[in-house]
Design a protein around this ligand. Structure first.
Ligand code: SAM
Length: 370
């Protein structure tokens, strides 16, 4: 399955949209802000330009898309104000796959620009924004034209389900699961890891051609802390597989359908990420951090349990739905969706009433090697 043809978050601004269910990802953007500011400041100190080119890769649509834009453009402004220098104009590329809801981004952008003009004067223009549909697993820009690449919560998406997992004759390989699970053979884990290595290398190779020397990238994406295959993300997908399996036992989903469905996602260890960076050879790791966030982004408590596991189960199911629904519909059809996510919410609630599950997010700042 080629992800770029199918994958998109739920667009628009409805109750199930990504725009209204992306608080978890917002937390990662806020956490990454200091690294973004530092990277921008380093670039501004090294490169003098009147046209600062930025690309947000896997920008999706909704408030997060604009939050990233505001962090980057404020960081550029702050740097130049500090030295009383004339600010460069910013050319800003919103990149995502072709079926992303680019229209919603530009509607939000109009509001953002209106606010800017209210604060800074009616003639104020320093931002030229462009939508750029296409996969970041390949070239998107001409050679040496971009100063800063940003990407949040996107690089765990693979370009495809690992070869060998989505074909009918391999359906037994990961039977009953949709990702690497406790019951999966080590072959499944290696197929996923190899696909990640191939994709991430291609990502780095493409960006290394496009980045201006002295430019930087700040990347954040889901990862894991333990090797080889244990962790909360495995549980998150196992609970979804459980919901699908319960629907199979009631005759609501065909078993063969489940056996040919696997998620095109891989959450790497930091060591795996660094080893791909080293093997590919173009980039140097400037900074690398790991942080954890609760499965339910509305529950910030540090206790060992969620305050209301039923509500948290519903919250988690809702934001997973905003991300996975189009992919699930393309494979299973849309009849099962309501039932599936209601079972999923219950499974999550049960799971988190026993342990407080967390996501692991990897953040890296990279620059080209000399
Ligand atoms: C969870 S959303 C993150 C959106 C936003 N960056 C945020 O932090 O809220 C992941 C986005 O990555 C995009 N994506 C996944 N694979 C991609 C690829 N190969 N090229 C471009 N975008 C991709 C998806 O379409 C989706 O919009």
């Amino acid at each position: 399955m080629k992800v770029e043809k199918i994958l998109h978050m739920i667009g628009g601004v409805g109750g199930n949209s990504y725009a209204n269910n992306s608080k978890l990802q917002e937390k990662a953007i806020l956490k990454t802000k200091p690294m973004v500011e530092e990277a921008i400041s380093d670039i501004c100190n090294t490169i003098h330009t009147n046209n600062f080119v930025v690309a947000d890769l896997g920008c999706s649509s909704g408030p997060n898309t604009l939050l990233v834009l505001s962090h980057i453009s404020n960081a550029i402004e702050k740097h130049y104000c500090q030295y009383n220098h004339k600010q460069p104009e910013i050319q800003y590329f919103f990149n995502d796959l072709p079926s992303n809801d680019f229209n919603s981004i530009f509607q939000l952008l109009m509001l953002y620009e209106k606010q800017l003009r209210e604060n800074k004067g009616a003639d104020y223009v320093n931002l030229y924004a462009v939508g750029l549909p296409g996969s970041f697993y390949g070239r998107l820009f001409p050679t040496k034209t971009v100063h800063f690449f940003h990407s949040s919560y996107s690089l765990m998406w693979l370009s495809q389900v690992p070869k060998g997992l989505d074909e009918k004759n391999c359906a037994q390989l990961n039977k009953g699961n949709i990702y690497i699970a406790d019951a999966s053979s080590s072959i499944v884990y290696h197929l996923y890891l190899n696909q990640f290595k191939k994709d991430f290398s291609e990502f780095l190779r493409s960006r290394s051609k496009e980045l201006i020397f002295g430019g930087k990238m700040v990347l954040s994406f889901l990862g894991r802390k333990n090797s080889p295959a244990i962790g909360d993300l495995f549980n998150l997908w196992s609970l979804l597989a459980d919901a699908l399996n319960s629907m199979i036992s009631e005759g609501l989903v065909e078993e063969a359908k489940l056996n040919t469905f696997n998620l095109p996602i891989y959450a790497p260890l930091m060591e795996e990420v660094k080893s791909v960076i080293e093997m590919e050879g173009s980039f140097h790791v400037d900074q690398a951090q790991i942080f954890e966030s609760n499965w339910d982004p509305f529950d910030d408590s540090t206790d060992n349990f969620f305050i209301n596991s039923t509500l948290s189960g519903q919250n988690v199911a809702k934001y997973i739905r905003a991300v996975l629904e189009p992919l699930l519909i393309s494979h299973f059809g849309d009849d099962i969706i309501e039932d599936l996510f209601s079972r999923y919410a219950q499974n999550i609630a049960r799971h988190i009433s026993i342990e407080k599950a967390k996501f692991v997010v990897l953040i890296l700042a990279l620059k080209l090697k000399e």
